[in-house]
Design a protein. Structure first.
Length: 241
């Protein structure tokens, strides 16, 4: 027996998909403009500073409560993404911290220990060589993103690799989304399978998922940026759609 087809639900999904694709296109164009500008160094400096403060605090908390090594999932950046290589190599040298990066496998990826030298793969991504080393738990995941929506969920590059990988995890890590621009959509344009951030770090504002509970996400932080008299000087660094 054929299942009931709900045309209204189908139309809703189609509208949502179109909104998401349009937003993704705008975010990509914005990040390409940033990449072509002379602002990437200062933006990355601001991001690096904020990310380091957050990571040091999370690492300190973990070391006070556990003797096990802290496992951090980093990424090796593309040119349009925050250049995290300095932090990546710095934390790699610290004791009781294990650094992992994605290793693409078909339509998803597995994680491998970050080791040099790297190899260039599809999409121009550099990866460590494959390894049979297995990790039971990722404590912190640093994830490049195009932007987030009202539910604090990730708008990625459209491949779905992070979503598929996170579906395989029994224990969810602390997710830190990072982006060179404040790409925040005031609507809900994501789906249940899209991964959610605990923190969203941009050069101009850093947000926590907890902020959403107190309804200060739109009005106190992003609204301040949107209405700032210096807003015109930052035409694509602070996009809120």
């Amino acid at each position: 027996m054929l299942g009931y087809f709900n045309p209204y639900s189908f139309i809703q999904r189609k509208i949502l998909q179109n909104l998401k694709e349009s937003y993704r296109k705008n975010c990509k164009a914005s990040l390409e403009k940033i990449k072509a500008s002379n602002q990437t160094r200062i933006l990355d400096y601001k991001l690096q500073k904020q990310l380091k403060i957050l990571l040091d605090s999370l690492i300190s908390l973990h070391q006070k409560t556990s003797k096990t090594p802290l496992n951090i999932l980093f990424y090796y950046p593309l040119t349009s993404e925050f250049n995290c290589k300095k932090l990546l190599n710095a934390y790699r040298k610290q004791k009781k911290i294990q650094i992992f990066t994605p290793f693409m496998c078909g339509i998803s990826f597995k994680i491998v220990k970050y080791r040099l030298p790297l190899q260039k793969k599809v999409f121009g991504i550099y990866e460590s060589y494959n390894s049979s080393f297995k990790v039971n738990k990722i404590h912190i995941a640093i994830i490049p993103t195009l932007g987030i929506d009202k539910n604090f969920k990730r708008i990625g590059f459209g491949k779905g690799m992070y979503d598929r990988f996170f579906e395989t995890l029994k224990q969810k890590p602390i997710n830190i989304f990072i982006c060179r621009a404040t790409h925040y959509n005031h609507q809900i344009i994501t789906q249940p399978h899209d991964i959610q951030a605990n923190f969203f770090i941009t050069p101009f504002v850093s947000l926590k998922l907890e902020d959403k509970k107190y309804d200060n996400l739109d009005y106190n932080k992003l609204r301040f940026i949107s209405l700032s008299r210096w807003r015109w000087k930052l035409p694509y660094f602070t996009q809120t759609f």
